[in-house]
Design a protein around this ligand. Structure first.
Ligand SMILES: Nc1ncnc2c1ncn2[C@@H]1O[C@H](COP(=O)(O)OP(=O)(O)OP(=O)(O)O)[C@@H](O)[C@H]1O
Ligand SMILES: [Mg+2]
Length: 149
């Protein structure tokens, strides 16, 4: 699921709501979820002095049953962010692991920045297949008391 829309419209709130619904939705032996802000994720995955810790973290995020990746597209794009994003999504795509993404960037925008620019063409292609629910979240900034548009 991909939720896109401007700041403060309730994307993160709705993403948690969807996952709560899944967690409560019937008999399930386990429900394992990691929620991470994408800027924090890239921060944690920077090569560190502790050998292998970034690799272990990438493996944890790649293999967890449900992943909520919040605010994808806020970091500066580099070859390194593209590679990390590719490795994460390629694993989850290959293993059909459910992923919920929120982003301020639209999925496609011919006249400005979009999520494809951020993730790169190969991840965008995988996302096109992975995203079965594209949810545009519209309205004002709820943090500023602006209601629905
Ligand atoms: N349906 C709702 N009912 C009540 N409060 C809500 C609802 N949706 C969002 N909020 C509140 O509005 C604020 C903004 O919501 P949220 O953080 O989900 O926005 P966002 O779209 O993820 O913003 P950003 O793009 O900045 O990450 C939060 O304080 C949240 O608790
Ligand atoms: Mg948010």
């Amino acid at each position: 699921m991909l939720l896109t829309g401007p700041t403060g419209t309730g994307k993160t709130y709705q993403a948690f709501g969807a996952l709560r619904h899944v967690a409560q939705g019937g008999p399930r032996r386990r429900f394992e979820l990691i929620t991470i802000n994408s800027a924090d994720m890239y921060g944690r995955l920077r090569p560190s002095q502790t050998m292998g810790s970034a690799e272990a973290e990438l493996r944890r995020l790649s293999t967890v049953q449900f992943l909520l990746l919040d605010d994808l597209g806020t970091s500066k794009v580099s070859e390194w962010t593209e590679e990390i994003t590719y490795r994460l999504f390629n694993y989850r795509y290959n293993h059909c692991l459910p992923t919920v993404i929120t982003s301020n960037l639209p999925a496609r925008n011919d006249n400005g920045p979009d999520l494809t620019d951020f993730v790169g063409a190969r991840v965008a292609s995988r996302l096109a297949e992975m995203v079965t629910e594209l949810v545009p979240v519209i309205g004002g900034d709820l943090r500023r008391g602006q209601g629905a548009a």
